[in-house]
Design a protein around this ligand. Structure first.
Ligand code: ATP
Ligand code: MG
Length: 284
């Protein structure tokens, strides 16, 4: 992995991903951001899902610009950030993220210098990636040091998560020991079901891919999550004392207190994007 010479940032970049679509990545990203805010962290969500931008729907916001406007429309970083509930920042990746591999070196410099301003503005950036083994998802998984892999009890969700890990593992840029892959068991009926999902996935990942996964927690199947989405009001705001909010707070707490991360020298969002662009170019 390319390092930015002498550059380090306390900003933590977390990529939320999954093998299968519709498992709850966006709901988790939004609610995790809110719980981290409650812990005093400044959080930005970057929507890197190029389909329907559903973070926007969930937060009921409509950003005017996206990442590529930093380059093509000479926008500043503050122009492309939309503020959501609880001061959560939001940046739409737009379809421009996919084209970043085509930038020339002057454009890359401009993009990186603008993006690196985020390092001092936020404590955490959550990248909501798409699902599956498309190139852009794989590249975010490859370039982010911390991954939140959302899995549900559905057998296809577990096998698709394994397929994603297998695809990532094939890339030469992937170094398992330099990455933390946290499993989030979503839509479970019991605590033990959450642990079971992790155990199943970790058993095959460690045996066949030599990748050791971490378990960061579980979230119950909760119909009010969907209801909160329709009302554009995340459950951690509408039911802050409920069980679901408590479980997501627990995950936020484990993320914040992860000692392993503190030992690493973060490269900030600029580091992630620089590597993303390089990986994209190489795999074109
Ligand atoms: N813990 C949960 N309990 C019940 N429903 C949930 C839970 N988490 C998410 N959902 C619901 O599942 C559906 C899919 O969630 P979401 O859009 O967050 O998934 P996604 O992984 O981001 O999907 P996509 O791959 O399309 O981006 C939504 O209707 C959401 O309300
Ligand atoms: Mg989504």
């Amino acid at each position: 992995m390319q390092r930015l010479d002498g550059y380090s940032s306390p900003l933590r970049v977390l990529a939320v991903t999954s093998g299968k679509g519709g498992v709850g990545k966006t709901s988790f990203s939004v609610n995790l951001a809110i719980q981290l805010e409650k812990m005093g962290k400044r959080v930005l969500i970057l929507d890197a899902d190029f389909g329907l931008s559903n973070v926007e729907v969930m937060l009921g916001i409509r950003p005017q610009y996206n990442i590529s406007d930093l380059i093509y429309k000479q926008k500043n970083i503050s122009d492309i950030i939309t503020e959501g509930p609880m001061n959560i920042g939001f940046i739409s990746g737009g379809s421009g993220v996919q084209d970043l591999g085509n930038l020339d070196s002057k454009q890359i410099k401009l993009l990186i210098s603008k993006l690196s301003q985020l390092d001092s503005m936020y404590d955490n950036i959550i990248i909501d990636t798409g699902a599956g083994i498309s190139d852009s998802v794989l590249e975010f998984v490859l370039t982010c040091p911390e991954i939140m892999l959302v899995v549900t009890p559905e057998p296809t969700s577990i096998t698709d998560a394994y397929s994603l890990l297998k695809a990532v593992n094939r890339k030469k840029e992937f170094i398992a020991t330099q990455k933390t892959i946290n499993v989030v068991s979503n839509k479970v009926e019991s605590e033990s079901e959450g642990m079971e999902i992790y155990k199943k996935l970790n058993a095959v990942a460690s045996k066949f891919l030599n990748i050791q996964l971490e378990y960061i927690g579980y979230i119950y199947h909760d119909r009010n999550i969907a209801k909160a989405v329709i009302e554009q009001n995340p459950i951690t705001i509408t039911e802050p004392k409920g069980e679901t909010a408590r479980l997501i707070f627990g995950i936020a707490d484990r993320i914040v207190n992860d000692k392993k991360y503190e030992e690493q020298q973060g490269q900030g969002i600029a580091g992630v994007f620089l590597n993303y662009i390089k990986t994209r170019r190489r795999n074109k």
